[in-house]
Each structure stands twice: as C-alpha cells, then as structure tokens.
Design a protein around this ligand. Structure first.
Ligand code: HEC
Length: 215
C-alpha cells in the first residue's frame, strides 16, 4: 500500500473513533456540571427519589412514602372475612361455607385439587401422590409424608382450618394462597370434604337400589 494512503486511512480512523469514544465516555461518566450527551434520552432525567433513601423534606425523613391509612388498591377490597380469611368476627375458624356448595363448585374443586394437591396427597387424598412415591423411592430420609386427607384428624378440622392450610401451608407443606384464588380454595375444601365422605363411606351411603351391585 502506498504510504500516503496509509496516512489517510489512519486519519480517517482517528476521526471516526475519537468522537465515538468521547460520546461513550460522557455517557458513562457520573453527572457533572456539563450536560451529558444523550443520544437516546428515554426517561433518563426524571425528578424522582431513590428507593430506601433518606429525605429531609418529609417529617419522618424517609423518601419512600407509606400508604395513607386505610388505602385499598382498586379491586382489592376484601371485607368479607369468612370468604377471604375463613375467620369469624370473633377470630375463630369459619365452620360454614361462605359460598353455595353446588355441583359446579365441586367439579371446579376436583379440577384444582388434581392440579395443586394430588401431586403429593394423591388423587384420592390418601397421601400417595407421585411426589410422595418419588421421595420414598429416593430414601433420603428428609421427606415428611403428606397427611391422609380422609384421616380422622383432617375430617375433624373445620372448613376454615382447611382453607387456612391451603392459604398458609403447614409445617412442611408449602402455602398456596398466592397461586389459588380464594373462591378456588373453597372449591378445593368442598372437594376434600367430598373425598372424605367417599373414603369413609358406609353401606348406608349407597342408595338401596345399588347395594346389590356392591356385593
Ligand atoms: C408438595 C407437597 C404437597 C402439596 C402439593 C400439598 N400438600 Fe398438603 N400436606 C403436605 C405435607 C407434607 C403435609 C404434612 C405436613 C406436616 O405434618 O409436616 C400436608 C398436610 C396437609 C393437611 C393436613 C393439615 C392438618 O391439619 O394436619 C391438609 C388438610 C392438606 N395438606 C391439604 C392440602 C391441599 C388441599 C392441597 C392442595 C391445595 C395440598 N395439601 C397440597 C404436602 C403437600
């Protein structure tokens, strides 16, 4: 390559690299008195306070403002303690169902149970779900078997108690309140009751006409 051409190439290179380098340097250097070069300003300059910082403007010295007392986000008013928290006004567990127990509630409950609970508790609630069987096979010694949902203890629990167990979990059982909406939790409780009834059924529960088929 002829020498002059190399000089020209070097000058051209310097001319392209130097301005870019200046822009990049300006872009990343902390804010100075001089205005930064902003190719894409987006929302770079917003008057705002950083989270978790002190701020002498407010009496309590915090930049983050607490909600005014009694604030309820839109659509989040959950006044009905029975439906949402399964507690009575005197703070005891609700025993009555806050929703009408219909066939569609039960089938919804069955569907949700099969999705969320059966993996551990088994489709019939006997505590023999696939997760349980796998954990038993691994023999790691750390697995707590899921409770049989038709056991006397669980049958004796109030419906509100069962709702709370789904909402908040229990010992080694995880909480499902963040995944299952309140109405579905009640649907699951209703279905658990149906499972308990079915698994503890006696001959008297079978209609007269069908008893013959059992024998
Ligand atoms: C990841 C496995 C797992 C899933 C999923 C699961 N459970 Fe459990 N559940 C357990 C275990 C383990 C226990 C026993 C906890 C203990 O005694 O430490 C338990 C206990 C319970 C009990 C007995 C509570 C008591 O009062 O003694 C109920 C009722 C129950 N689960 C209901 C449910 C329902 C309803 C679902 C579905 C929404 C569900 N569980 C999902 C593992 C699970």
């Amino acid at each position: 390559m002829p020498r002059p051409l190399i000089y020209v190439a070097a000058i051209l290179l310097a001319l392209t690299v130097v301005p870019m380098a200046c822009i990049v340097k300006n872009w990343y250097s902390p804010v100075k008195a001089a205005t930064r070069i902003q190719i894409v300003p987006d929302m770079d300059d917003q008057p705002r306070f950083k989270a978790q910082t002190a701020n002498p403007f407010f009496a309590d010295g915090r930049a983050m403002r607490p909600w005014p007392a009694g604030t309820v986000p839109r659509g989040m008013l959950r006044e009905d303690g029975r439906l949402y928290r399964a507690i009575e006004p005197d703070s005891t567990f609700t025993t009555a169902f806050p929703l009408p127990v219909t066939e569609s509630l039960l089938s919804r409950g069955r569907e949700r149970f099969d999705i969320y609970c059966a993996t551990c508790h088994g489709l019939g609630g006997a505590g023999d779900g696939v997760t349980h069987r796998r954990a038993e096979a691994l023999q790691q010694g750390t697995w707590t078997p899921p409770t049989d949902l038709a056991s006397e203890t669980v049958v004796g629990r109030s419906s509100g108690h069962l709702y709370q167990t789904i909402t908040n979990g229990l010992r080694t059982m995880p909480a499902y309140g963040h995944q299952i909406p309140p109405e579905d939790r009640w649907a699951i409780v209703a279905y658990v009751r149906a499972l308990q009834r079915a698994r503890n059924a006696t001959l008297d529960d079978v209609p007269e006409a069908n008893r013959r088929q059992l024998r």
